[in-house]
Ligand binder design. Structure first.
Ligand SMILES: [Zn+2]
Length: 345
């Protein structure tokens, strides 16, 4: 392993540890002893800092502060230049949550993308219900007592609720203020209470921002577990849009472990990998690990990701293995009309 590989592995480990701490600990502090993974990451980073003549973070809260205030480019690490674009922060201080970049780093190195919803449905022997369940979960990232009662009167909702209810938890205290939790009225994600008053949608790209959310009694409400919410407001949101679009063109869509397989009504099929990466270098690494990388897949990301990084296509094109085609979700409308571009057999 080179030093750069070691340092990449260290950022991956820090990101995993931050995700594991979850909303609650990022907001309220840390009980001693620290969780094993967090302690081990802190030890590794301390050794690395000392060996390079830099003062290490003094504690786990200090490390979390580093993650929220110090871009990766300022860490005493020898990371390849191409992974140092963007703001480089692993913690979103306002929301007291890991950033999208943190999630991308946490996924780095996994052969199969982590997806607790997929794993849960496979265990429940219902992989064919995957797309329908994701639609339901996107609608109900938080569910009130009254809504659960109403599911009983609707056959489809009752069936889906039975399949997914184990993915839900009581509302964590970090998301409660004065006995209430909140749901964004634009994207239906949870809204987090801000220390300064008000609420902020937890989906970083939501246009609602601090717009007043719908308030629900926290008692009796349930929220989708944090790891599942990350999937829903990230890649699943893009995926739903892709599925809706290709179905409107008469195609059949199947959710497979790697991604989506699209079968066109006139024959032929295409493999599609959907991502929500903000970092094109980490995306190139993720596509390179995909079992579909040699199947000439379409790689789809939200258009806002491409707008946010003008060098997105260039960095991705330079680093990706094989010859996948990078497409913004907004460009699908054009592509779907022309089967010459889409209709790979
Ligand atoms: Zn929102």
């Amino acid at each position: 392993m080179t030093m750069a590989d070691d340092d990449i592995a260290l950022v991956h480990a820090v990101a995993l540890a931050v995700l594991e701490l979850g909303d609650e600990d990022l907001k309220t502090g840390f009980a001693m002893p620290y969780p094993d993974r967090a302690q081990s990451v802190l030890d590794r980073l301390t050794l690395t800092c000392l060996s390079r003549g830099t003062r290490p973070p003094r504690s786990l809260p200090d490390l979390v502060m580093w993650c929220g205030a110090r871009p990766l480019i300022d860490w005493p690490l020898r990371l390849p230049r191409e992974v140092l674009g963007g703001d480089g922060l692993l913690v979103d201080v306002r929301r007291s949550r890991p950033t999208g970049l943190c999630r991308e780093w946490a996924e780095d190195g996994n052969a199969v993308r982590p997806d607790p919803i997929r794993d849960h449905l496979e265990k429940a022997a219902a992989p064919d219900r995957h797309l329908a369940c994701r639609e339901f979960l996107a609608e109900y990232q938080i569910v009130s007592d009254d809504e659960v009662t109403a599911f009983a009167g609707d056959r489809a909702a009752r069936r889906t609720w039975r399949l997914v209810r184990d993915l839900y938890r009581p509302v964590p205290l970090a998301l409660v203020r004065r006995g209430q939790a909140a749901r964004c009225t634009v994207c239906r994600a949870l809204s987090a209470p801000l220390a300064s008053g008000g609420w902020l949608c937890e989906w970083e790209a939501c246009p609602a921002g601090e717009q007043l959310p719908e308030l629900l009694s926290a008692t009796g409400s349930l929220v989708l577990a944090e790891a599942a919410r990350r999937v829903i407001s990230g890649v699943a949101r893009v995926e739903q849009a892709v599925v809706g679009l290709v179905r409107s063109h008469g195609a059949a869509v199947t959710r497979e472990v790697e991604g989506l397989r699209i079968d066109w009504p006139e024959g032929g099929h295409r493999f599609v990998l959907v991502f929500d990466h903000g970092d094109p270098a980490l995306l190139a690494r993720a596509v390179g690990r995909s079992a579909w990388r040699d199947r000439n897949p379409l790689v789809i990301v939200p258009a806002e990701r491409l707008r946010a990084r003008p060098d997105y296509r260039a960095v991705f094109g330079r680093l990706v293995v094989g010859a996948p085609t990078l497409v913004a979700d907004a460009e699908l409308v054009d592509l779907a009309g022309g089967s010459a571009t889409w209709g790979e057999v």
